[in-house]
Design a protein around this ligand. Sequence first.
Ligand SMILES: Nc1nc2c(ncn2[C@@H]2O[C@H](COP(=O)(O)OP(=O)(O)OP(=O)(O)O)[C@@H](O)[C@H]2O)c(=O)[nH]1
Ligand SMILES: [Mg+2]
Length: 650
Amino acid sequence: MRCVTVLGPSQTGKTTLVAKLASLEGTPRKSASPYGSSLTEFDFKDEAWCAIDTPGANEALALAQDALLVSDACILCISPTPDEAVLAAPYLRAIEASGTPCLIFINRMDEPRGRLRDVIAALQTYSNHPLVLRQVPIREGDRIVGSCDLISERAWRYREGQPSALIELPQDAVEREHEARAEMLEQLSEFDDWLLEELIEDREPASDTLFTISSRILKENRVIPVLFGSASHSNGIMRLMKALRHEAPPATALRSRLAGSVEEAALSAVSFHAYHKANVGKTVLVRALADGLKQGAPLGGATLGPLQEAGNGKPISGSVEAGSVFAALKSDHLPATALLTQTASVEPPDWTTPPTPMLERILVPGSERDETKLSATLAKLAETDRGLKVMQEEGTGAALICAQGPVHLRDLRKTLSEVFRVEVSERAPNPVYRETISKPSDVRYRHRKQTGGAGQFADVQLSVRPNERGQGFTFGESVKGGTVPRNYIPAVEAGAREAMEKGPLGFQVVDVDVVLTDGQYHSVDSSDFAFRTAGKMGVKQALSQASAVLMQPVVRVEIHIPSVYSGGMVTLVSSLKGQVLGFDRDENAKGWDIFRALVPGGVLDELARSLRSATQGIGHFSKTFDHFEELYGKEADTIINAHGAGAHAH
Ligand SMILES: Nc1nc2c(ncn2[C@@H]2O[C@H](COP(=O)(O)OP(=O)(O)OP(=O)(O)O)[C@@H](O)[C@H]2O)c(=O)[nH]1
Ligand SMILES: [Mg+2]
């Protein structure tokens, strides 16, 4: 079986294309698994195929990456509009990183829009691989009525719902065809010395030889051939399928491509998705890379449970061949995405890592029962969804999730509710604020209590001073003459530390130095407890007299965007009170820039939203905490009222 992923921007016709490819001969067998992508098995010229149709949403890029992990080749399906080429950028980036041989199919050619040449030029911005146009359109007025293959030089006229008819190339298309063919040959000759020689000698190579050459060049992943047509009108579909049949590499090539951290000979299979179904447990989708996998056979360190055909869910009784895609049931031991040997599962290559999730939300359970279930369920979901990160909110310990975007979040809540019966509501996480003091303060504090017999007594004199930024809390003592006995000093320090947990503004206090300078004790009534209390209360009092100031987190962000969007980034970052640090070309992705900036922690949600709308959902950022920065005035008051002492007072 050979496996091809169909990916590309939203609504470009991927699902229609897969349906058409799969029904060229016979009836497709389509999956109904609860999986964001869908698997279709079909036969073409006595060979079994599996097509993975991935959703065209930036938030679902991880699904496309997982599909590439098991694919011999992929089809990037795009619209024929030059202005929309940028939408393909994330996919081209993922395809190049994965090393998967790719064909581009420009769909919807029945709706005449920009020039084909402009579409290809715009796409080339995002690809290191030369894009090689393999067909030219035959036009009648505005409409495209057929195509001419540049290798065979055969011309075809489209017929609605029927195979295209072979025709004579119309006179007015001949010149254009010759030009395009010469360009194609020149591109191919860069990867074939024999062809280069032929061209220099001005000889016309035979089309059989050219097919062999172009097929080798695609197997070696040197170029991206470009074909076109219209899926909904069945135009260009047979040509595309034949290109796949002749030019897509066999499954053995995938095995060599994935070998690296695992020796090729030991690589038995690769898993690429998993899902939980109520009462059935974990199902893992797997592609076999070696013969002989079956129920009871060892894989990934345990034995395989029952197997099902990935296409129509029929039980598989015997063993499967290398190249087959199947569903492994009751497979809790298999990771969702991994390279599998008989005895172990190994992390998949780095390029499969999904983009850093940008949308952070706190999930609030609806009931006590949901509360206990929520964290276990989220942990389980994160195991099968690498686009999802699950953490805990600082301070509250509430479940903090990072999702790829609003659609991903909605799907997640749907799974929680429908599969796991956990109901949640959501809120934005509270940014982590801190406070410090801006002037020194000395206090004397006496803790004294007389309750019945034993009393409590401790007296401390404390000098509290601002520390330098980032120094945190420090404690010292300069007690002379044993006014506070040595053994009580650690208790004073512990009390001072406790006072740092929440300062007068309602936030954790940082960058403060406390020195115990003097005090008094009582031989009977003093205790660790009494000195700890005195330390805590004394420092609290000192802090309240030391002009507390709010500190907001400042976060360093790395924004990844196609270069066409770079122009707008300075305004976007400045409008969020961020500070631009600079930008560079992204060495790992052609046509992309990396923009570095410092932004206040409180605007991250807004940054994610603005970036989504400024870049049609393509841009994303990663973040790391940088430092805390003092914040004054109205802005600080608003925050204190919303999250700090002001809020707690209400
Ligand atoms: N005019 C025209 N419409 C097409 C063509 N191919 C698909 N469509 C239509 O475009 C719409 C989207 O098609 P789909 O196949 O669902 O597109 P998709 O890429 O799978 O969309 P997502 O999965 O949502 O990203 C449907 O209404 C199709 O009928 C085509 O070649 N020409
Ligand atoms: Mg679709």
